[in-house]
Ligand binder design. Structure first.
Ligand SMILES: [Cu+2]
Length: 550
């Protein structure tokens, strides 16, 4: 029998003692793997679904692309910081709904923040505070398999719990949607969103401890578009020419119902990643959007649990990418394909002006996601991208007062087979990342695994400095950190502000972060939701600056 190198590595149990950051850092973690245990190790593979929906055989492009409605405020709430003032209040209730994902498929049970899935789109202005009352009107029982052995998913808790995180929003800690701030059906929670940040393509989604991956899989997410005057001045396509596209993979059974795979291990159904063979856009399988012969702005979200998407257009039609997670890029970037890990966003322009009468398919590798049918007619005038979009000054490395070296690694775990941890620590270990308010730090994410982990920091925006490969064998077998080649600077599409970064396999990914906004406790985690559920999530705490001698 042949063992793969990764099986050998896991079997060797060598991961527990890396000396990093210039000093020896003792680490006490889960039991290291024992030689010979390799058969029991590794990722938990999902049990195959006996009767899957054969989505690839469904007729394509027969349903119109749904466009989520806008959310509207219906009341006011007291301004949290200004006595006598009020802010608009939005009331959003979570319900179980039935979604027609395709003309020929029975309605699918989903959970949503509105009448459709995804939930309503918040279209709001930077600098204008608002409040949202999130009301949990979901059923008392979950329809997807809870693993009660995971941290924070104990069997004595209410089965259905929810809390909402506006991903990328700069909010006080009490409004951030901390995973343990969940509330059960029948309860509500009002959060405040100051919106004191630049225009950006944000989104809201469930973040309830231990079941976030199930709640998002069920459909609990939606768009939160933040606009500002700098963006208005660019005259970008808007109104009917601006469309959010939530792309996500799911497994559907022959009856069109969501299937969340299980491990087959009694009492512990967690699996390490979920990949579906059905990809939906705004809740439809291969929908179609009729477009005019003009430029459109698409906000593309990867709302998958684990799948990285590589959106491209048929016929070599390019995207002009104008923004990423946290708003506009410095300048437009013409590109044939995008790369979006879970939770990443791309803000793109597609100019259909010269494509009258044509059909353009949005793809991700071999998957056909949706089709644009362009109105017939002669070539219309072409959209001219602005030469510059927004100033994104690079944060100099010299601004950093601290460099943290943080390991992303896999460990043998007796209960779950495999565990992925941030710097060898679990969620409930003491807080170790405590940046001072307004300080700048460099975080070196050292990924010892063979997977890309999309790492998201709540509250802040950051810049990617570089990535650098290292020799994983030299590390595993000789305990040496041997870098391979020079640091690779980010591609032009990664030169904007980010809140989620792809930490590449067997590489160091360096980001530079200013911890501005608020004091208090936030979260950083992998956005592969199965990883986050099994300990690849940690608190961080922004603390008061220590007084310094002048
Ligand atoms: Cu991960």
């Amino acid at each position: 029998m042949t063992l793969s190198r990764r099986q050998l590595l896991r079997g060797a149990g060598l991961t527990a003692a890396w000396i990093g950051g210039g000093g020896t850092r003792g680490w006490v973690g889960p039991e290291p793997a024992h030689a010979g245990d390799h058969m029991a190790m590794g990722k938990r593979r999902p049990v195959p679904l006996p009767r899957p929906l054969r989505a690839a055989e469904l007729p394509k492009f027969v349903d119109p692309l749904p466009i989520p409605p806008l959310a509207h405020s219906t009341a006011t709430a007291p301004h949290p910081g200004r006595p006598g003032h009020t802010v608009p209040l939005y009331r959003i209730a979570m319900h179980e709904i039935a979604v027609q994902v395709h003309r020929d498929v029975k309605p699918t049970r989903c959970w949503s923040y509105g009448a459709g899935m995804p939930g309503p789109t918040f279209d709001v202005r930077a600098g204008q505070a608002l409040a949202i009352e999130w009301r949990n009107e979901l059923p008392a029982n979950h329809f997807l398999p809870i693993d009660h052995t995971l941290c924070g998913a104990d069997a004595n808790l209410p089965e259905v719990r929810t809390v909402v995180h506006v991903h990328g929003a700069r909010v006080p800690p009490e409004s951030d949607g901390a995973p343990e701030r969940w509330f059960p059906p029948g309860d509500a929670w009002t959060a405040h969103y100051p919106n004191r940040q630049d225009a950006a393509t944000l989104w809201y989604h469930d973040h309830a401890m231990g079941i976030e991956r199930l709640n998002q899989y069920a459909g609990l997410f939606g768009a939160y578009l933040l606009r500002d005057a700098a963006e208005d001045a660019l005259g970008l396509p808007h109104g009917p020419h601006e469309v959010p596209l939530f792309v996500f993979d799911r497994i559907l059974d022959a009856d069109g119902q969501l299937h969340y795979p299980t491990s087959g291990v009694p009492g512990s159904p967690w699996v390490s990643e979920v990949y579906g063979d059905t990809i939906l856009v705004n809740g439809k399988v291969t929908p179609e959007l009729e477009v005019e012969r003009t430029a459109y702005r698409f906000r593309i979200y990867n709302a998958s649990n684990a799948r990285v998407l590589y959106p491209s257009l048929s016929g070599g039609v390019p995207f002009v990418q104008i923004g990423s997670d946290q708003g506009l890029l410095p300048g437009p970037v013409r590109t044939a394909a995008l790369s979006l890990a879970p939770a990443e966003r791309a803000d793109v322009i597609v100019d259909f002006g010269a494509l009258g009468g044509q059909s353009i398919v949005l793809m991700s590798q071999a998957f056909q996601l949706m089709r644009f049918r362009v109105a017939p007619g002669a070539v219309a005038s072409a959209w001219k991208p602005p030469a510059a979009l927004r100033s994104v000054p690079r944060t100099p490395r010299t601004a950093a007062v601290k460099t943290r070296t943080l390991a992303l690694d896999e460990y043998q775990d007796n209960e779950h087979g495999m565990l992925m941890l941030l710097d060898g620590k679990r969620w409930r270990d003491p807080v170790t990342e405590q940046p001072e308010l307004d300080s700048v730090e460099i975080w070196e994410l050292v990924n010892y695994t063979g997977d890309t982990h999309p790492i998201h920091l709540h509250l802040v925006r950051f810049q990617i400095l570089d990535r650098q490969k290292f020799d994983i064998d030299a590390f595993r077998f000789e305990h040496k950190m041997q870098l391979i080649g020079p640091p690779i600077v980010p591609a032009p599409v990664e030169l904007g502000w980010k809140d989620t970064v792809q930490a590449y396999p067997e590489s160091i990914t360096r980001i530079i972060v200013r911890f501005e906004g608020y004091l208090g406790r936030y979260v950083w985690h992998c956005h592969v939701l199965e990883h986050a559920a099994n300990e690849m999530m940690r608190p961080f705490e922004i603390v008061k600056p220590k007084p310094r001698r002048t």
